[in-house]
Design a protein. Structure first.
Lengths: 214, 214
């Protein structure tokens, strides 16, 4: 999701206990004893997906990553509203703004238990293929920070991005664990993102769950 | 395609120079010198697809396989009509009725250059998964009769069969070369089967091209 800027966005971020200004400092020490796992979402948008998960699973630490400070500020406002409505505090949710290419400077090898990629930018021009979050370059980063057999869950409504991803995953010899070419027709639990709520009426949602073979 | 029986089906088959009654006898000697390659289609239905290809590529030997004698008889009648209309003779087209599980008794190791699987039976019950033409058991047979780096082209409109196939192909560590989740939206040549002509208006046609890695 692109957004130019949000009024007082720096204040919103800096005043939030969920915002991690310098995530690199936490490398290797993200998960305190109270959490059995750490799951991250790359590209959280307005954050409904990760906020819902954090609420459902208090024993898992959720870390949301978003390139745009403006979008992060919106996500923080939305999460605050969610907490107020439910009269809760989601201490197991942290967020930061960094480029996903630098994730191995932020997380230790095998420090992450699961990765979510939801409706990321398809970068439809071939010359920008490297920026797609399922490019071979990104897959290498994920493999590095994911624990052995840790899963990646990937959803998109973009057919071309999904086709591209099936090819790069095949190239990277991943283990495919689940595939749906029309997720909303399946009888399985699904937490929708804001984007998914809006756009799933126009066509199928594709989903993949995979891990790395070695 | 299922069909109970066709009037005079045995006569139609036995009177056709295209029908190979005992294909096992030709094992290892299918391709005479005039042909640069041999391509086979498993499940030819009424045969429009393979007949069109045979017409387009006289230097390739096409062999069509169909379980049902009745369907084969219809295909022969249709091919005969095609030849009459165009005033040609497709000497590079042969057909036989055998179960695909026995293909390695009919073709030598690496004797086949390409395999087509078009709109095969999805066998939607899990207990019949082994009968799907992209089950691990069938993939082993194909690997055996296909030449090194020989390609398999697979088309279906059945979402569940395509999802299943993506998983079995991943398990079998194939090399995926092409994938489309909506073939009719692509700007590439496509020969339609009879079934495809009829049913593509109801949903997307899925296509995969793959080969075996080693």
């Amino acid at each position: 999701m692109r957004q130019r800027s949000v009024k007082n966005q720096d204040d919103i971020l800096n005043n939030s206990s969920k915002y991690v200004k310098e995530p690199n400092i936490k490398k290797g020490t993200w998960k305190s004893k109270q959490y059995k796992e750490m799951h991250i979402e790359i590209g959280i948008g307005k954050g409904t997906f990760i906020t819902t998960l954090a609420h459902q699973n208090p024993d898992i630490l959720y870390v949301g990553i978003e390139l745009s400070k403006a979008v992060l500020a919106l996500a923080i406002k939305k999460t605050r509203r969610f907490e107020e409505e439910k009269n809760i505090k989601l201490n197991n949710l942290l967020i930061f703004d960094k480029d996903a290419t630098t994730l191995d400077e932020i997380f230790n090898k095998e420090e992450v238990d699961k990765i979510y990629l939801n409706f990321s930018d398809p970068w439809h021009k071939n010359k920008h293929a490297k920026r797609r979050l399922t490019s071979p370059e990104f897959l290498k980063v994920y493999k590095n920070i994911l624990k052995e057999k840790g899963k990646i869950e990937f959803k998109t409504d973009n057919r071309k991005l999904f086709e591209y991803s099936l090819l790069t995953l095949n190239e990277s010899k991943v283990l495919m664990e689940y595939i749906s070419l029309d997720l909303h027709k399946e009888d399985i639990p699904n937490i929708m993102t804001e984007y998914e709520e809006k756009f799933s009426k126009f066509g199928p949602i594709y989903k993949l769950i995979f891990s790395f073979r070695e």
